[in-house]
Design a protein around this ligand. Structure first.
Ligand code: AMP
Length: 182
């Protein structure tokens, strides 16, 4: 199930563009203006629920930090557990980690070693607000596999299609984006 035109317009028009944030040349896609709009947030969450209720998922895994907002709400709607994939150094128990390259330097994401262990071969939906270069999402998808689960799809509210992040991630997992920015 994909978005219908009415839903798309409501969600698209509630995303705010902030030019030159956090640095010159970047147009930051601000989703706080979806969250504080009950209609837009509701349409979005209802769409995600309708799409994923048939996927037979065991967990939703959200990427630090905006992926938590959509992922945790969706997990509750689906009646399944939520797993946070966090930036390095935030999780208190034993973790598995995965490094990825940034424009300058490297970053790292982590998940608890036993995050998916209650369900053998767990079926996981990964979610974040936006995919740009795909570096974060690729590392997060690897972590899900390393933790013994399967990433059955990765979902992003916004996909930047002028970068090749979606194509690269599709080698690892199916990718679903609600709004594409070209
Ligand atoms: P990437 O690893 O390049 O795909 O970057 C994805 C992460 O950075 C996501 O967690 C996004 O929230 C954030 N991000 C990257 N570019 C933007 C942008 N133009 N607007 C808002 N968030 C962004």
């Amino acid at each position: 199930m994909i978005l219908n035109e009415t839903e798309r317009k409501i969600i698209e028009s509630s995303i705010r563009d902030i030019p030159d944030f956090p640095k010159p040349g970047i147009v930051f896609k601000d989703i706080t203006t979806i969250l504080n709009n009950a209609q837009a947030y509701g349409v979005l969450m209802n769409h995600l629920y309708q799409r994923y209720k048939e996927y037979n998922l065991d967990y939703v895994a959200g990427i630090d930090a905006r992926g938590f907002i959509f992922g945790a709400a969706l997990a509750q709607m689906l009646g399944i557990g939520f797993v946070p994939i966090r930036k390095k150094g935030k999780l208190p128990y034993t973790t598995i980690s995965e490094k990825y390259s940034l424009e300058y330097g490297i970053d790292e994401v982590e998940v608890h070693i036993d995050a998916f262990s209650n369900i053998p071969n767990a079926r996981v939906l990964m979610i974040d607000d936006l995919i740009a270069t795909g570096g974060t999402a690729n590392a997060a998808a690897s972590l899900i596999n390393k933790a013994g689960a399967t990433c059955v799809e990765s979902c992003f509210i916004i996909g930047l299609t002028f970068l090749d992040g979606i194509k690269k991630l599709e080698e690892k997992t199916p990718v679903y984006t609600l709004i594409e920015v070209s």
